[in-house]
Design a protein around this ligand. Structure first.
Ligand code: PMP
Length: 412
């Protein structure tokens, strides 16, 4: 037979596949708690007021609205300066020094996933083909690294027996380096609001973890997809970046990679707006090499990023009034997620809901096993991800009772 018949069927995406099933469900009470999209208390995906205003500004600007030409390979120059300012001066003042010394390589990317794709391509071409991912993690991590040349996808213990297990995490890393061939290995760190567990290490635990990663010479890849959704304060939530860029403590001889997304915190999901930055250990020459390779990778992968979303982000980031509104919008989103958690806590007698360590961001890791998740879906049309992850943003005043009853029934 022709070679084309060698293509086997791939399994459906673990998360997006469920929405396809949900759409076919005829139950009027059906509730989709799978995808990490923020919905308001009426179950609507709305545009943030700051972003809607930015869109109006764009609409009214002849030049910005009619320019549909290509962006440069590395993205819009204004986007680069606005985002660098936001990330490395405002969110992480420790970064200002790196910026002024011209040590941060930057590309606008197709949101956080695109940043991970470009980062993994650069790493696998020149530096490393082994990566450590938390167990569990966002399922697409393994997929992205595999697709971009990584040969070894390893998992470090993150969550076990209902909680974070830092001791096992560090032991796994030590073992890995002991068993390795001495070539550099990468590690993915969720900056905050760990997906899927909602459990983040404390600052003291992060200190110990970063010390170990530094001692073992691992290459940190910080995945920051939920900045602002934890405390509601965009700046505050960048604590992992701030801790990592303490140069007196860590030098990161193979650089530090930051994959950042505006999908959730600006609600720009489908517009694909984000960035990859590489904080380099040395001077401008090295940065220029990395810049040039990043451009080469992007050119071969998708040529240049889309324009509209980055223009919207530019308006929000550069207009002081809209920026203030944006901070309020993010605060409102985080508050509603906290409200939903509290309402769940009133209705369900789950110790998990009283565990403050397990209460970060958009997701609740219910601990329901796959058979219970199936029961929820089949008997009640309540859709969770198979690993028991529940997206809190799909809950609101009109479905909380129904969903909690269903959760109680399957947990009995
Ligand atoms: N990393 C993690 C941990 C995520 O949960 C997500 C979003 N689901 C992403 C990265 C990237 O998302 P996006 O490409 O939409 O920015």
């Amino acid at each position: 037979p022709a070679a084309i018949y060698k293509i086997p069927r791939a399994p459906p995406d673990k998360i997006l596949g469920l929405t396809e099933e949900f759409n076919k469900d005829k139950n009027p009470n059906k509730t989709n708690l799978t995808v990490g999209i923020y919905k308001d208390n009426w179950g609507h995906v709305t545009t943030f007021p700051s972003v809607a205003r930015a869109q109006m500004v764009l609409d009214q600007s002849f030049e910005m609205n009619t320019d549909l030409s290509y962006l440069p390979i590395e993205g819009c120059p204004d986007f680069q300066s606005n985002v660098l300012q936001f990330l490395y001066k405002e969110s992480c003042p420790e970064g200002a020094e790196f910026l002024s010394k011209n040590r941060i390589s930057f590309v606008q990317t197709l949101s956080g996933t695109g940043a991970l794709a470009v980062a993994s391509k650069l790493l696998s071409l020149f530096m490393s083909k082994a990566v450590w991912i938390p167990n569990p993690s966002w399922p697409n991590h393994a997929n992205v690294f595999q697709n971009n040349g990584f040969k070894r996808i390893n998992y470090y213990t993150y969550y076990r027996d209902g909680g974070l297990d830092v001791d096992s995490w560090l032991q796994d890393l030590e073992q890995a380096v002991r068993d390795g061939d001495g070539s550099p290995q990468c590690i993915v760190l969720h900056a905050c609001c760990h997906n899927p567990t909602g459990v983040d290490p404390s600052l003291e635990q992060w200190r110990t973890i970063l010390d170990k990663i530094n001692e073992l010479n691992l290459i940190p890849i910080i995945d920051m997809a939920y900045q602002g959704l934890d405390t509601g304060d965009l700046h505050k939530d960048a604590y992992l970046l701030r801790m990592s860029l303490d140069e007196e403590r860590y030098q990161w001889p193979n650089g530090l990679f930051l994959c950042q997304s505006f999908a959730k915190n600006m609600g720009l999901y489908g517009e694909r707006v984000g960035s990859l930055s590489v904080v380099t250990p040395a001077d401008t020459e090295l940065k220029l090499n990395i810049d040039s390779q990043l451009k080469k990778i992007v050119r071969g992968m998708y040529s240049s990023p889309p324009g509209y979303g980055s223009r919207v982000a530019n308006v929000v980031l550069s207009n002081p009034e809209l920026k203030k509104t944006w901070f309020k919008d993010v605060q409102n989103m985080a508050s509603r997620l906290q409200y939903v958690r509290a309402e769940l806590g009133k209705r369900l007698d789950w110790p998990l809901l009283n565990n403050t360590r397990a209460n970060h961001g958009m997701f609740l890791y219910t601990g329901l096993d796959p058979s219970k998740v199936d029961q929820l879906r089949r008997n009640h049309s309540v859709y969770l991800v198979q690993d028991g992850r529940l997206s809190l943003s799909g809950l609101n005043d009109s479905n909380l009772d129904y969903v909690c009853d269903a959760l109680k029934k399957v947990s009995e």
